[in-house]
Design a protein around this ligand. Structure first.
Ligand code: GUN
Length: 285
């Protein structure tokens, strides 16, 4: 029998703990932690994600400021908003929802967010610290994946982890975090030869491809643990992950569902990072 790793339940219990720590830190410092969320344009998925982030802030006793800018916003206008939030002492964390409209250079925007307020962990400073083993804001999805694996008592050290996908948001930072946990790591991507053979060797599979049901039962070693980062729609329009859950799950030791796996943990780690930014900010003042 396989274990379904319940991200919703883990996230709910972590949010209770964050809320209690945020409330006590607020009492001590005379104000609540504050997260500024910027959304440019009207991408429907981004709209849902931003709403989820606002809800999570409310549940965690964290103040949220929302900036909804039109699709026509220029890069300079967005940079000016970020500069003003960087300088605003009431703001602890800044998040600019991706993707941005094509005329805006995402790299320039993530670079512009002050490293002290980079609760997404996407800035070159945060990623550099992660690479060199220093304390930093960890990218939220990879950090959530580690929590999920540990919640399911998954052996990591010395085990073979295969990550499918090499994005800067999930694949690459997940590889660094799994290395930090002493896993042996393989990163597969669109140019990988014999991808199914690589995945079949994995004790832990992290699927972050962005293709519905890409990971099939024949690619999974018996007893593997599978983390599904994908959020896709199947042929009948139903929400599904990158893993063919129905057929893969019976071969697994443990597996995350979609929805209710990685998603709620990503938002929860954002709350954890915002509280950390607040605590660092208050210590400096
Ligand atoms: N778009 C998809 N995931 C994320 C995320 O974790 N942070 C931001 N800023 N944008 C995203």
């Amino acid at each position: 029998m396989y274990l379904i790793i319940d991200g919703k339940k883990l996230a709910a219990s972590m949010r209770e703990d964050i809320a209690a720590r945020a409330a006590s830190a607020a009492e001590k410092n005379g104000r609540r932690p504050c997260l500024a969320v910027i959304k440019v344009g009207s991408d429907p998925a981004s709209q849902t994600y931003v709403k989820n982030k606002e809800k999570a802030c409310a549940a965690c006793s964290i103040e949220s400021l929302k900036y909804e800018l039109p699709e026509t916003t220029s890069e300079d206008e967005l940079l000016a908003l970020i500069a003003s939030l960087n300088g605003d002492s009431r703001v602890d964390g800044i998040l600019c929802q991706l993707p941005l409209p094509k005329h805006i250079d995402e790299g320039r925007i993530t670079d512009a967010i002050s490293p002290e307020k980079d609760v997404d962990g996407f800035s070159p400073v945060s990623l550099g610290k992660l690479l060199s083993g220093k304390d930093s804001f960890l990218p939220c999805t990879p950090a959530g994946i580690i929590k999920l694996l540990k919640s399911a008592a998954t052996p990591i050290a010395g085990k073979h982890c295969v990550i499918i996908g090499r994005s800067s948001i999930v694949g690459k930072p997940s590889a660094l975090l799994m290395l930090r946990e002493n896993a042996t790591v393989t990163v597969c991507h669109s140019r990988t030869e014999h991808l199914a053979d690589e995945v079949r060797r994995a004790d832990i599979v992290i699927a972050a491809v962005g293709k519905a049901k890409f990971v099939t039962a024949d690619m999974i070693k018996d007893g593997a643990t599978v983390i599904d980062v994908g959020i896709n729609r199947d042929e009948s329009g139903r929400l599904c992950g990158d893993v063919d859950f129905e057929n893969v799950a019976p071969k697994c030791r443990a597996i995350t569902p979609v929805p209710g796996g990685v998603g709620p943990m990503t938002v929860t780690m954002l709350m954890e990072n915002t509280l950390k930014a607040f605590e660092m900010h208050c210590k400096k003042q």
